[in-house]
Design a protein around this ligand. Structure first.
Ligand SMILES: CC(C)=CCC/C(C)=C/CC/C(C)=C/CC/C(C)=C/[C@@H]1[C@@H](COP(=O)(O)OP(=O)(O)O)[C@]1(C)CC/C=C(\C)CC/C=C(\C)CCC=C(C)C
Length: 419
C-alpha cells in the first residue's frame, strides 16, 4: 500500500486533536495514560451493556446489568495489567463473549438511537470506501466479493485503523502527543456509545450497530500506538509479540465478526479467532522484516528481539550500521542465519492462519487468502534479495500481485481443512 506523504485527506489535523485534549504538561508517559481510572470516561464499560441500559428494564434486570458493569470494569482494569501473549488472550475471550452475547448478525448498539442516518451515512460509507480503495487496493478489491453491507463495514474498520496508524506514522506524527492518543481513545468510546465525533466515526458506529464488535481490540490498537511513542527497542520476542498483536492481530479480532463464520463450522470459536490473530501477527512480522533498514534509519526503531540478535552474535550497533548489504558488497553470514530464523517463524504464523481461513464465511475467504498470499510473498522476496533489508525494499510486483488473486480465489473455493 502506498505510504502517505503530505497532509492526510482523512485524518483529523494533529494540532486540532492535541488542542482538544491538552491536559497540562505532565502527561508524557505511557503509565500516565494507563493511570486513568476504570470508571472515567475513557475507560467506560463495554457497549453491549450500555446499549441495553438505555432501555427501560425491571429491577432484577437492572441489578444484573449493574453486576455485569462492575465485572466488566474489573476485567478492564485486569486487562491493563497484562503483558505479552496474555493481552491478546484476554481480548480474544472478550470478543468471543461479545460475539456470543447477541443473536447472529446483530450489532451491539441499538441503531434506532443513532443520529447519522440516510444520505449522510451513505456518504460516510462512500468516503470510507474511497479511502480504502486509494490506500489498500487489494483489501478493497477483496471486499467486492462480500455482501455490500459487509464490504462497507470492513471499509469503516479499515479507515479507523488507518487513521489510528497515521497518528503515529503519518505526516503529522511528530506533533502527536500521548494526550492526543487519550483523546482518540475518548473518541473511540464515543463511537461505541453511539456518539460518533465525525462522519467517518459515524460509519464505524453504524457498523457496531450491525455486527457484534468488541471495543477491546480497538483500545489495544491505540495502546500499540502508545508503544510506538515510547518504545523503540524490544528485549524479547514476547515483548515484540505483544506489539504485533496490538497493531495487527487486533485487525483480525475486529474483522471476524463482520466477515462471519461458515455456518457449517461446528468447532470452537477460539480456533477461528486464533487463526485471525496469527494472520495479523504474520503480516506484522513480515512488515517488520521488510522494513528493518528503514525503521532504524528513519525512526531509530528496532522491532527485533534484542536477546535473539545477541544469540546470533549481532549487536545493536551493527544493526544501526546496516550489517548486511550484499548489493553493496557487504555480506554477513550471522545476519543471513538470523533472518532465516525470523522468516521461518513468520511462515509458521502464516501456516497457523491458513488453517482457519476455511472456517470463515465463504464470501470472506477470498480477500483473506489474498492478504495472506500477498504478504507471505514478501518473505520470498526478502530471501531473493539475499536478506538485504538494509539497502533494498522487498517488493512484490504488480503483475505478481495480480497473478496471485485467481490463486487466492481458487483456494477460497476449495476449502481443505476438516471442519
Ligand atoms: C478483508 C480483510 C483482509 C480485511 C482487513 C482490512 C483492514 C481492516 C485492514 C486494516 C489495516 C490497517 C490500516 C492497520 C493499521 C495498523 C497497521 C499499519 C498494520 C499493518 C498492515 C499493513 O499496513 P500497511 O497497509 O501500512 O502496509 P504497507 O507497509 O503499506 O505494506 C498490517 C501489516 C496488519 C494488517 C493485518 C491484517 C490484514 C490482519 C488480517 C486478518 C484478518 C482479516 C482475519 C482473517 C481471519 C482468519 C480466520 C484467518
Amino acid at each position: 500500500m502506498p505510504s502517505t506523504s503530505g497532509a492526510s485527506p482523512f485524518l483529523p489535523a494533529a494540532p486540532a486533536l492535541a488542542r482538544r485534549c491538552s491536559r497540562g504538561p505532565n502527561g508524557s508517559s505511557r503509565r500516565c495514560s494507563r493511570a486513568v481510572p476504570a470508571s472515567s470516561v475513557s475507560r467506560s464499560p463495554t457497549v453491549a451493556v450500555q446499549a441495553t441500559l438505555a432501555m427501560p428494564s425491571p429491577d432484577s434486570q437492572r441489578l444484573r446489568l449493574q453486576q455485569q458493569l462492575q465485572q466488566q470494569a474489573q476485567q478492564q482494569q485486569a486487562q491493563q495489567q497484562l503483558s505479552g501473549k496474555d493481552v491478546e488472550q484476554a481480548a480474544m475471550q472478550a470478543c468471543i463473549r461479545t460475539a456470543t452475547s447477541v443473536p447472529p448478525s446483530s450489532g451491539v448498539l441499538d441503531p434506532s438511537g443513532l443520529r447519522w442516518r440516510g444520505g449522510a451515512l451513505e456518504a460516510a460509507y462512500e468516503r470510507c470506501g474511497a479511502v480504502c480503495k486509494e490506500y489498500a487496493k487489494t483489501f478493497y478489491l477483496g471486499t467486492q466479493l462480500m455482501t455490500p453491507v459487509q464490504a462497507r463495514c470492513i471499509w469503516a474498520i479499515y479507515v479507523w485503523c488507518r487513521r489510528t496508524d497515521e497518528l503515529v506514522d503519518g505526516p503529522n506524527a511528530s506533533k502527536i502527543t500521548p494526550q492526543a492518543l487519550d483523546r482518540w481513545e475518548e473518541r473511540l468510546n464515543g463511537v461505541f456509545q453511539g456518539r460518533p465525533y465525525d462522519v467517518l466515526d459515524a460509519a464505524l458506529t453504524d457498523t457496531i450497530s450491525k455486527f457484534p464488535l468488541e471495543v477491546q481490540p480497538f483500545r489495544d490498537m491505540i495502546e500499540g500506538m502508545r508503544m510506538d511513542l515510547f518504545k523503540s527497542r524490544y528485549q524479547t520476542f514476547d515483548e515484540l509479540y505483544e506489539y504485533c498483536y496490538r497493531v495487527a492481530g487486533t485487525v483480525g479480532l475486529m474483522t471476524v465478526p463482520v466477515m462471519g463464520i461458515d455456518p457449517n463450522y461446528k468447532g470452537p470459536l477460539d480456533k477461528v479467532y486464533r487463526a485471525a490473530l496469527a494472520l495479523g501477527t504474520a503480516n506484522q512480522l513480515t512488515n517488520i522484516l521488510r522494513d528493518v533498514g528503514e525503521d532504524i534509519r528513519e525512526r531509530d526503531r528496532i522491532y527485533l528481539p534484542l536477546d535473539e540478535l545477541r544469540e546470533f552474535g549481532i549487536s545493536e550497533d551493527e544493526v544501526r550500521a546496516g550489517i548486511h548489504k550484499p548489493s553493496q558488497g557487504k555480506v554477513d553470514e550471522r545476519w543471513r542465519k538470523f533472518m532465516k530464523f525470523q522468516i521461518q517463524r513468520a511462515r509458521e504464523y502464516f501456516q497457523e492462519a491458513e488453517d482457519g481461513v476455511d472456517y470463515l464465511d465463504v464470501k470472506a475467504r477470498w480477500p483473506v487468502w489474498s492478504a495472506l498470499i500477498l504478504y507471505r510473498q514478501i518473505l520470498d522476496v526478502i530471501e531473493k534479495n539475499d536478506y538485504d533489508n538494509f539497502s533494498m525494499r522487498a517488493y512484490v510486483s504488480k503483475s505478481k500481485k495480480l497473478a496471485s488473486l485467481p490463486l487466492a480465489l481458487l483456494r477460497a473455493m476449495m476449502p481443505k481443512s476438516p471442519q
